[in-house]
Write a protein that binds this ligand. Structure first.
Ligand code: ASP
Length: 440
């Protein structure tokens, strides 16, 4: 089986991290195609090379001298090369780069973080370096040309048998460097996995996969061993994010599983993400809980609305007019609510309500602000009847008032609105009863 091993910035932040990467790659002969991010943070107050390169661009734009900054960046690469005894000419290459800095495009400059990192990693692993600019092909509109990219990647794969590829960038056919969005090394890994028909996309980072709840709210939450793509979307949408969202699509479409692994604790199982989670010993009722604060719900009531065509559409078009994205629309018989992100309507909520009043002539409009949304996610919930009732009951017993409820159509999640101030308490109540104690 071919495995793509993608290592994030913290996994390649120092010589010590390079050693761990080597240990991981050499532990499994299937790991022959490696993707790296740029050298990242060694500790929380440290700087990522990509951030420093963005700063270089800002200096150039404002005609400020950036030689000290460039020297800092170079030093990070030199330190790694020296400690590992690497021969690749960091100093010469960096000098050439720095000397011509004003001639380069901003995207080229930022892409050098991964370019230097991948060169060092390639030598250290004894694998060829493949430049992403030669294989990841962008259309001029910024999208990846998957067909051309697949042809080129398959070709180098057949010729080289193994390689190290820098993440985060590619180039147009005329050689202009293009970047993915921040964190885009994950996207490169996914594209590579798809183009060379890998059996697994390993994403090595600094956490042992997804946690079933936010560790800032719940003490030592259980890690999730198996999760489906849909469940992950629900959890990451609510803020529990480990992986660059866009990285999911290339592999999901062709059914390649992703495994999140921890470079600092490779023995941990991590989280495996697939289209359908294969049943296993740890089939829990709930997969995870996530949530966010500061939503607003606008509740619109109109007698006999159920017989009137187009009321909801007209209400939504008012939100659309103000460029506000709608999160949820829980409906009743003669009423419905529109739930939006508080920050999105900070300046427009009163105008929106006034327009609704004028155009829909409702009997009543009420607004609930300071609403937190809590998403309880679990593919197994639909198999057990009464789950939602028990969750609502547990919150009720804890004195938490539920202001809103919606359930996704596949029944993999239940979303509840509670007061902002009840948010953490609600997460703990559900976690303790349904995850920690697995009481159903
Ligand atoms: N180095 C890039 C960033 O910091 C891309 C990546 O790390 O995946 O955003």
């Amino acid at each position: 089986m071919i495995k793509i091993a993608k290592f994030g910035g913290s996994s390649v932040a120092s010589a010590e991290q390079f050693r761990k990467v080597k240990g991981i790659v050499e532990a499994d002969p299937d790991r022959r195609f490696v993707v790296v991010s740029a050298v990242g943070k060694r500790f929380s107050a440290d700087n990522k090379i990509t951030d420093l390169l963005l700063l270089v661009n800002a200096h150039i734009q404002y005609h400020v001298d950036c030689s000290a900054l460039l020297a800092d960046i170079e030093q990070r690469f030199l330190d790694i090369a020296e400690e590992l005894g690497l021969k690749w000419p960091v100093r010469e290459r960096f000098e050439t780069f720095a000397k011509n800095i004003k001639k380069h495009s901003p995207e080229y400059i930022v892409s050098r973080g991964e370019w230097f990192t991948a060169h060092l990693m390639a030598e250290y692993l004894g694998m060829p370096f493949v430049d992403a600019a030669d294989v990841v092909v962008f259309h001029h509109d910024g999208n990846v040309d998957m067909e051309r990219t697949a042809v080129r990647l398959k070709d180098v794969m057949a010729r080289q048998g193994c390689f190290v590829l820098p993440g985060f960038y590619g180039a147009t056919v005329d050689g202009q460097i293009k970047l993915f969005q921040r964190g885009g090394g994950d996207i490169t890994g996914a594209i590579l996995a798809r183009c060379i028909d890998a059996g697994l996309y390993e994403n090595w980072t600094d956490v042992s996969g997804f946690l079933s709840a936010d560790p800032r709210i719940v003490d030592h939450p259980r890690s999730i061993r198996r999760i489906t793509f849909d469940e992950m979307r629900e959890l990451s949408y609510m803020g529990a994010s480990v992986l660059q969202e866009e990285a999911i699509f290339p592999v999901r479409e062709v059914n390649i599983p992703i495994q999140i692994k921890n470079t600092n604790r490779p023995e941990d199982e991590g989280t495996i993400i697939r289209e359908k989670a294969a049943a296993g010993e740890d089939e829990h009722l709930l997969t995870g809980i996530a949530g966010k604060r500061d939503f607003i719900s606008v509740h619109i009531k109109k007698a006999h609305m159920s017989g009137e065509v187009g009321v909801v559409r007209r209400a939504l078009s008012i939100f659309e007019r103000y460029g506000v994205s709608v999160e949820h629309i829980p409906t009743g018989v003669d009423s419905f609510s529109v739930v939006v992100n508080g920050a999105d309507v900070r300046d427009s909520i009163y105008s929106i309500v006034a327009d609704i009043r004028r155009e829909l002539e409702p009997d009543d409009i009420t607004m609930i602000d300071n609403l937190a949304l809590l998403s309880v996610v679990g593919r197994n919930m639909s198999k057990r009847s009464g789950t939602s009732g028990k969750i609502f009951g547990a919150l009720g017993d804890a004195g938490i008032n539920i202001r809103m409820i919606t359930q996704s159509s596949q029944e993999i999640s239940i979303i509840m609105g509670v007061e902002n101030e009840d948010f953490e308490h609600a997460v703990r109540v559900i976690y303790d009863r349904f995850v920690r104690d697995e009481m159903v």
